[in-house]
Design a protein around this ligand. Structure first.
Ligand code: ATR
Length: 267
């Protein structure tokens, strides 16, 4: 039996076990793979990763707040994850641990279901780990990215690193000509708040909030009321897991079964 494990702090609300186990079941490999989750405190991260190596854990899904710190304890890091500066996936091949980032693939797959990205003007709100993966992916696809962040210095660092425009969050009113707006901050997760004043949203916008709970987060609600197209955060969660599934098992993921399990787990 190969074990895959999601690690984070806190981890209580992780949907990953439901998604991956549904995939194993659908392919009839649930006698070969099992997916669990474990809460790992930041101070225990190195021990947890060494433990995974010792126990021969096949895959680790790494979530907040470990996505950057975990890179220190691996044997290899995939090039894209190196550029992004964060990992969310570790694959164990006979004791050699390699880190990958499938978050950016998840974002691109969710976006590309709805819209083309080449030449599109995209406003990304946030300059943390999630924003880094998103900005990286968008630039690969030829989008014109502008970063808006509460602290300008972080927006500047990210903008300069990836060669795109940046501005403080207060300037977000400049988005009337923007095609796509992505919220890569946690604003709205615990409070009924949006990082964008509703009056700046319009029906030409495609609006994507990467937070998946609550599903109808304030920004998404406002965007729908303004007639914009919306993309829900759970789509990114689904597609980053689809990519992980391939890395862990070597099989193409049964997306429908995984999506169904995710929808059920979010109810
Ligand atoms: P993650 O890895 O999920 O991206 P992070 O690296 O801690 O998490 O980044 C959080 C992002 O959300 C940052 O861009 C942060 O803005 P600052 O750089 O100014 O801290 C943004 N953020 C968090 N809370 C916010 C708030 N209440 N208003 C605006 N931006 C916020």
């Amino acid at each position: 039996m190969k074990i895959c494990l999601s690690i984070g702090f806190p981890i209580k609300t992780s949907r990953s076990p439901s998604i991956h186990n549904a995939g194993y079941k659908k392919l009839g490999i649930d006698d070969k793979f099992i997916y669990l989750s474990a809460e790992v405190k930041p101070k225990d991260l190195k021990m947890a990763i060494d433990g995974a190596r010792a126990f021969g854990i096949r895959g680790l899904s790494v979530t907040m707040p470990h996505k950057q710190e975990a890179m220190k304890y691996l044997d290899k890091i995939d090039n894209e994850a190196k550029i992004i500066g964060a990992i969310n996936t570790i694959v164990n091949n006979e004791g050699i641990l390699t880190g990958f980032n499938t978050d950016y693939i998840g974002v691109l797959m969710a976006l590309e279901k709805k819209t083309k990205l080449k030449g599109k003007k995209v406003a990304v709100i946030g300059a943390g780990g999630a924003a880094r993966a998103i900005v990286y992916g968008l630039i690969q696809k030829g989008a014109k990215v502008k970063i808006f962040n509460r602290s300008l210095d972080k927006a500047k660092n990210l903008g300069q690193e990836f060669g795109c425009e940046y501005e403080a969050l207060d300037y977000l009113k400049e988005i009337s000509n923007t095609d796509i707006l992505i919220n890569a901050t946690s604003v709205g997760m615990t409070e009924n708040k949006s990082p964008v004043d509703k009056k700046f949203l319009n029906k030409k916008h495609v609006v994507f909030d990467i937070v998946y709970t609550p599903r109808e987060i304030r920004l998404i609600k406002d965007a729908k009321e303004k007639g914009a197209s919306v993309i829900y955060g759970y789509e990114m969660l689904l597609y980053q897991a689809v990519e992980q599934f391939k890395l862990y098992t070597g099989f193409d993921a049964p997306i429908d079964a995984m999506e169904e399990a995710l929808a059920k787990s979010l109810k």
